[in-house]
Design a binder for this molecule. Structure first.
Ligand SMILES: Cc1cc2nc3c(=O)[nH]c(=O)nc-3n(C[C@H](O)[C@H](O)[C@H](O)COP(=O)(O)OP(=O)(O)OC[C@H]3O[C@@H](n4cnc5c(N)ncnc54)[C@H](O)[C@@H]3O)c2cc1C
Length: 399
């Protein structure tokens, strides 16, 4: 939609071919229905892919500030929540509505329920055969997403046409997604939300970490910090590597400080309490029996009888709870995918294919994924602006 608006504003006659019954369905689900459409904190660390720096010339042409201006002009009053931007209406549908109104204003032709059968590059330009009609154009932009949240339309069905032009995909895996754990005890602690430092290990090497409110679920772990590390776990699992997480339930205390604190709870203030009771007030009631059982400490042992070795074991476990990661919740639950069209095959200024002149890419289909916080939509807007503007530019062949 962004690419179409920008190409039309640059003077091109534009047609969107959409296989769903309407365009932009995914936007409705973004930001829990509120659409976190950009973020004022921008930097290379917010974007991932084989070559994260690929985003720089694109964001230079259409920055976070351009996003705010673009949507303000369309009617979206920005609501800034600590740098995370939402429409003041609190409704993701507002973002979709203003885009659809602008598409209409720019006279973009939208063909929905359009099933593509063939995309050809002829001497006269592109020719796209569909169930509805045959469409022709001087330029063609793939803005088809990858495979995340396929019920919104991005299901990988356009991949064969992209590969047909000789393009290669960096392996596409779910990212910003929940992680599944092997340990059966998750069923007993499901529902807990806690400030946890999540570390991800690939074949025993620490590869990434993030901290924040983790949600413990029946199948494993969820929440923003889990989403932030998930693309690395997902990639490693895809490559057949062993993936483990370590959960730190007391990230503000060092192991020594936690040991001291537990000692004082058990020895100084534990009189008359058992081990389970001595931990009440420190952790969720569901967690306490798990911690004690996993450390082989009897729940009903008098608190002051706990040994120094047991306290150290307990502190070590609370700071470093081992979890075997067996998989992700898959494309169905993922907010985005990692992987996509190899950026080496694209002109970094225009997003035009180096292999097929006139062919462009925008959005998630390119091997760039953002962290949580409005970065994936910022990438969609920026790359849409660049691809649309350059696809419509008469001088593009001189670049
Ligand atoms: C639940 C959820 C919440 C999210 N929240 C946020 C958020 O708050 N902030 C943020 O920045 N990002 C968020 N994202 C990510 C963001 O929505 C995506 O990164 C973004 O929508 C990608 O845009 P895109 O245009 O590249 O692809 P998509 O939005 O996936 O659009 C691709 C379009 O192409 C169509 N298409 C695909 N294949 C074909 C085909 N063969 N023929 C015709 N049409 C086809 C699809 O139907 C779809 O309309 C969220 C995602 C999800 C799933």
């Amino acid at each position: 939609m962004m690419a179409a608006v920008c190409a039309a504003r640059a003077g091109a006659a534009v047609t969107i071919l959409e296989h769903m019954d309407r365009v932009g369905k995914k936007i409705l689900s973004t930001g829990n229905g509120k659409c976190n459409y950009t973020n004022s904190k921008q930097g290379l660390s917010c974007y991932r892919g084989e070559t994260p720096a690929f985003v720089l010339p694109i964001l230079e042409q259409f920055s976070f500030k351009d996003t705010i201006r673009f949507f303000s002009e369309l009617g979206i009053y920005p609501k800034n929540r600590n740098g995370y931007f939402y429409p003041a209406s609190g409704q993701a549908s507002s973002v979709l509505d203003v885009l659809r109104m602008e598409l209409a204003k720019q006279k973009v032709h939208i063909v929905t329920d359009c099933i593509i059968h063939e995309v050809e590059n002829t001497k006269k330009g592109f020719r796209i055969r569909t169930n509805k009609d045959v469409f022709a154009g001087d330029a063609c932009i793939f803005a088809c997403g990858l495979k995340a949240f396929p019920k919104s339309g991005s299901d990988g069905s356009a991949f064969p046409y992209i590969e047909g032009f000789g393009h290669t995909f960096i392996d596409v895996v779910p990212a910003l997604v929940q992680l599944k754990a092997k340990q059966s005890f998750f069923k007993s602690i499901a529902g807990i939300r806690s400030d946890i430092l999540v570390k991800i290990y690939e074949n025993k090497d620490l590869i990434c970490q993030d901290r924040g409110e983790v949600q413990i679920t029946e199948y494993g772990i969820s929440g923003i910090p889990v989403f932030q590390v998930s693309r690395f776990a997902s990639k490693a699992l895809h490559q057949g590597k062993q993936v483990a997480a370590r959960l730190d339930f007391m990230p503000d205390l060092s192991p020594g400080e936690l040991t001291d604190m537990l000692q004082s709870r058990f020895y100084r203030f534990g009189g008359g309490k058992d081990c389970e009771q001595a931990m009440i007030g420190l952790f969720s009631k569901k967690l306490i029996p798990l911690f004690l059982k996993e450390c082989e400490i009897s729940l009903h042992k008098p608190a002051e009888q706990i040994t120094q070795g047991e306290i150290e074991r307990l502190a070590g476990y609370i700071k470093n709870m081992p979890v075997d990661i067996t998989g992700t919740k898959g494309f169905e639950s993922a907010q985005v995918c990692a992987g996509g069209v190899d950026t080496k095959e694209l002109h970094p200024k225009t997003l035009e294919s180096k292999l097929v002149p006139g062919l462009f890419f925008a959005g998630e289909v390119i091997d760039i994924d953002g962290i949580c916080g409005g970065y994936n939509l910022q990438w969609a807007w920026s790359s849409g602006y660049v691809a649309g503007t350059w696809a419509a530019a008469p001088q593009r062949n001189d670049i």
